[in-house]
Design a protein around this ligand. Structure first.
Ligand SMILES: *[C@@H]1O[C@H](CO)[C@@H](O)[C@H](O)[C@H]1NC(C)=O
Ligand SMILES: *[C@@H]1O[C@H](CO)[C@@H](O)[C@H](O)[C@H]1NC(C)=O
Ligand SMILES: *[C@@H]1O[C@H](CO)[C@@H](O)[C@H](O)[C@H]1NC(C)=O
Ligand SMILES: *[C@@H]1O[C@H](CO)[C@@H](O)[C@H](O)[C@H]1NC(C)=O
Length: 435
C-alpha cells in the first residue's frame, strides 16, 4: 500500500518536472504541451570532405543571400532523409529555407557550365532518381525551375505522387521532377525536401508569380494527419540513420506533429513569433505573407570566457535554415566574435572565410530568445573537421555578411531542438543537453 502510493507520488513528481518548462500551445483541442511524437524520422548527417570543391545542395537562401565572394564548399554539411515516393525510396536533403520538394527523374540531363571548358565531363553528383511516371499524372503547362546563387540550377516539370515520411503519407502531393540540371553533389542525395510555407513555391522559376501550391508538410497537416507543426534536432555527429550504432541522443531527427525523442533542458524552452517576408528589408517585399522561418532574436551575447560577456540587444531578422551549414550574421557583430578568439580569427583569402588556429581558445557566443541565451557550442564555432590545406586553421561556424537575410544555420541548430509551429505562427526552442 505504502509502496504504491509512493510510486504514484514519484511518478507524478517526475511527470511534473518533465513538463515544468514545457510551453503550452493553442490547438483545436485546446491548450496542450509539446509532446514527443512517434512520427520522428531519423536523418543521416553528411559532411563533404574539406578537399572537395563541391557545394552542398541548394536552398533558396543561396540565391537570396548577400554573400562574401569566394564561398566554395561553404555548405558542406547536410541532413538526409529517405522519402517514399510512390513505392520508390529517394534520398533527399532537408531544407527549411525553401518549399518545393524535387528530385531527379531518370533519365535526366546533367550539364556543365561553359566556363568549365569543353573538356569537363558533366558530373552532377546526384543519386539514383525517380523511375517511370508519377502515378497521379503530370502538370502540362507549368515548368519547374530554380536557380541558386552558386550557379547550380534545376529544371523540369510538376507531377503528383504519394509522399511518405515516417509513416505519414501526403497523398496526391505536387512534386517537381527534374530532368535538366547543373548540380554538384557527392552522390548521397537525389533532391530536396522543402519545409517552408506555400508562399515560397510561387516565387522564382521560369514563370514568376505562379499561384502557390501546398508543399508536402502543408498537405500532411491540412489532411489532419499531424498537428500543424514539425520539429528538428540536428546532431553534430556523423551518423547513418536508425539503429546503426548511434544512440538516440546522438541521432538527428525530423519530427512531424511533435517533438523528437532527444533530451533538452526543460527549463530552457522559449517562444518567438514567425515573421512575414516583409521583415527582411533587403528582399523588398511589401506583402506580409509567411514564407520562411524568420524570427527576431532579442539580442546576442559574446566574449572571452575570462571577462564579463558583452550583450548586444540589437534585433535583426534571421532565417532558421537547416539547409545552411554556417550561420550568416551582421558584420560588426561577427567581427567582435572573431576578435574574441585567442589568438584572434583571421581571414584566409584562399578560402574567402574566417579561420582560427585549430587550438585557439574559443569564445562564448549566444543568441538571446526570450529569457534564455542559446549558446553555440565550441565544436560548432571552431569546426575541427573543416580545415584549411595546412591543417592548422579551422573554419569558424559563423560568417559575416554586410546585409540580410541573416541566417542561423546548422552551426547553431545543433545546439537546440527547434519547433516550427504553423498553427500558432511561432517557433519554440530548447537547449539540448550535452550529447
Ligand atoms: C524535360 O521535360 C519537359 C516536359 O516534359 C520536356 O519538354 C523537356 O524536353 C525535358 N527535357 C529534357 C532535357 O529531357
Ligand atoms: C550590435 O549588433 C548589431 C547587429 O546585430 C551591429 O550592427 C552593431 O554594430 C552591434 N553593436 C556593437 C556595439 O557592437
Ligand atoms: C578568392 O580566391 C582566390 C584564390 O582561390 C584568391 O586569389 C582571391 O583573392 C579570393 N577573393 C576574395 C575576395 O577573397
Ligand atoms: C597551436 O597550434 C600551432 C600551429 O599548429 C602551434 O604552432 C602552437 O604551438 C600551438 N599552440 C599551443 C598552445 O599548443
Amino acid at each position: 500500500m505504502k509502496r504504491s502510493v509512493l510510486s504514484i507520488l514519484s511518478l507524478t513528481t517526475w511527470a511534473s518536472t518533465a513538463d515544468a518548462g514545457r510551453l503550452w500551445r493553442a490547438t483545436r483541442h485546446g491548450l496542450v504541451p509539446d509532446a514527443v511524437t512517434p512520427n520522428a524520422v531519423p536523418m543521416r548527417r553528411h559532411e563533404l570532405k574539406p578537399t572537395s570543391a563541391q557545394t552542398g545542395p541548394g536552398s533558396l537562401h543561396k540565391r537570396a543571400a548577400n554573400r562574401p565572394a569566394n564561398l566554395t564548399n561553404v555548405h558542406d554539411v547536410y541532413y538526409i532523409i529517405d522519402l517514399e515516393v510512390g513505392n520508390q525510396i529517394i534520398p533527399v536533403s532537408i531544407d527549411t529555407g525553401s518549399s518545393d520538394t524535387w528530385f531527379v527523374k531518370e533519365p535526366y540531363e546533367c550539364v556543365s557550365f561553359w566556363w568549365q571548358g569543353p573538356n569537363v565531363k558533366p558530373d552532377c553528383g546526384l543519386g539514383a532518381g525517380f523511375q517511370g511516371n508519377p502515378s497521379g499524372g503530370v502538370i502540362d503547362n507549368i515548368p519547374f525551375g530554380r536557380a541558386y546563387m552558386d550557379g547550380t540550377f534545376v529544371e523540369g516539370y510538376y507531377g503528383y505522387e504519394d509522399i511518405t515520411i515516417g509513416g505519414i503519407t501526403a497523398s496526391h502531393q505536387r512534386i517537381a521532377l527534374v530532368n535538366y540540371t547543373y548540380w554538384s553533389g557527392d552522390g548521397r542525395t537525389s533532391g530536396l525536401l522543402g519545409l517552408a510555407y506555400p508562399y515560397m513555391t510561387s516565387l522564382d522559376g521560369p514563370l514568376q508569380n505562379q499561384p502557390p501550391y501546398d508543399p508536402v508538410f502543408t498537405t500532411m497537416w491540412k489532411d489532419e494527419l499531424i498537428d500543424p507543426l514539425f520539429s528538428i534536432a540536428l546532431s553534430r555527429h556523423e551518423n547513418q540513420g536508425a539503429g546503426e550504432g548511434t544512440g538516440i541522443q546522438e541521432q538527428s531527427y525530423l519530427a512531424l506533429g511533435g517533438l523528437p525523442p532527444v533530451e533538452v533542458d526543460e527549463a530552457s524552452w522559449e517562444r518567438t513569433p514567425i515573421l512575414g517576408v516583409n521583415a527582411i528589408p533587403e528582399w523588398g517585399f511589401e506583402e506580409k505573407d509567411l514564407g520562411l522561418y524568420i524570427i527576431k532574436p532579442d539580442g546576442w551575447v559574446y566574449g572571452k570566457e575570462s571577462v564579463p560577456l558583452v550583450v548586444n540587444n540589437t534585433q535583426v531578422p534571421v532565417l532558421i535554415d537547416a539547409g545552411a551549414t554556417l550561420s550568416l550574421l551582421p558584420r560588426h557583430l561577427v567581427q567582435n566574435l572573431y576578435a574574441a578568439f585567442d589568438p584572434p580569427a583571421k581571414y584566409l583569402s584562399t578560402n574567402g572565410l574566417f579561420f582560427a588556429l585549430c587550438n585557439a581558445t574559443v569564445p562564448k557566443f549566444g543568441v538571446i530568445i526570450g529569457k534564455n541565451t542559446f549558446y553555440f557550442s565550441p565544436d560548432d564555432l571552431l569546426r575541427q573537421t573543416a580545415r584549411d590545406p595546412s591543417g592548422e586553421y579551422c573554419r569558424i561556424g559563423v560568417t559575416d555578411v554586410s546585409g540580410g537575410p541573416y541566417v542561423l544555420g546548422v552551426s547553431w541548430m545543433t545546439n537546440v531542438v527547434a519547433v516550427f509551429d504553423i498553427e500558432n505562427t511561432e517557433m519554440r526552442f530548447a537547449s539540448r543537453t550535452k550529447y
